[in-house]
Ligand binder design. Sequence first.
Ligand code: ARG
Length: 480
Amino acid sequence: MKQALWSGRFENGMDDSTLAFTCSLDTDSRMAFYDVMGSIAHVRMLKARGIIPADDADRIEAGLKEILTSVEDGTFQFDRSREDVHTCIEFALTENIGPAGGKLHTARSRNDQVATDFRMYLRDAALHAAEAANGLMMALVRIAEDNGDTVMPGFTHMQHAQPVTLAQHMLAHAFKFSRDADRFLDAFRRMDKCPLGSAALAGTTFPIDRGMTSEALGFREPTENSMDSVSDRDFATELAYCCAQTQIHLSSLCEELVLWSSQEFSFIEMDDRYTTGSSIMPQKKNPDIAELVRGKTGQVIGSLTAMLVMTKGLPLTYNRDLQEDKAPVMDAMDIVISSAGMMAKVVSTTTFHKDRMMSVTAAGQINATDLADYLVTKDIPFREAHGIVGAAVRKSIDTGVNLEDMTLEQLREFSPLIEEDVYQYIPVMRCVERRNSYGGTSPASTDAQIARAVEQMMLRDETIRQEKQLIQNCWKTLLE
Ligand code: ARG
């Protein structure tokens, strides 16, 4: 007869299939470090409050530190018959130090333990993700710094719309990642509360000090309500959303880089180190990293969907469904952190073919809006100007002569109000320079945007550094 994991209530142990099906070690063993930290904080509190004898507490703490060493050097045996990381560690402790180990679980439950471990794990992951998004933003801003006067076509509906600069285009992506990085930090702040001490669901009869454990683990404060604390995973869902949104932004950047590296666009060439070859076609240089990042987006969005559906309709409080929260969110965090990291490398090593960008911009009628704006300065209503320029565009397409290459005589066929000064308005570089509205594509505007972007990145770097430091200090204190 198999021995039961929880002696007393059960006469028989679990069937092997039950154990295999319910065991969460494949994912939650990644939280072993946090589990030990949570336990050290808990046992120090039990000791301080006189809930367990001091010598038992000391023995437990020493035993936990030994376990941590074996986890870190890879020798700790995660025994699959023990369901999850919490039980593995607690049972190993008792095996190592004797029955006193059994006192560790006083005034706590795996329900508050897992909620605490997962928050600690995701807190670090959120800081890494914010850092990765910030790093990618930095790489994009660097390109913008060098390309305030690199003219390229701006697209709507994938059609040439108006001339922009490469700086403006790169900054457009950069500010998306700025918001993504902020979102991770916002989510970090909201989940920065400690559920430990909520116990199974209702709190505990022991005179615990939740403020003490919360502080020891680097949380801002304890969570407010024990039932809320063990029943919700909104912090994990929120991070899954942050991941999905970031990965969607990454995917959009990647889509463009894939297009831009095609022979048809020839806007860029990616560095050999970040591209792959073909097993059959020797001429090929494939943008696989960008494609993989784009492809992984499905999985990340899937993680968010998994979290939303998993938690929908759960009654209070803890239900085992909640064990399924870790794999999708850990996975989403891994994907986003590695994708943003890879894309920062891809972007910062890519060669931009500025001449090609310029020549495709100048070929065509991308400056049509500027000709219409010019007519407005001659007091023609914009709607009417739109029609006049439409006719000029038709002519340009039919004759193959760009608007700015038409003679004054040719242009005046469309409106007698057109004068020599039109050539101050329609060359593409002038179109760019004149779009000097706040946030526009002019070099003066992109310089100002770069300054703002750099300020945002630096502030955020400092916040991330401080939060990491605070957490590191806690680990140091707990391991003293
Ligand atoms: N492995 C469980 C989880 O990840 C830990 C909590 C178990 N609690 C319980 N009542 N069975 O959710």
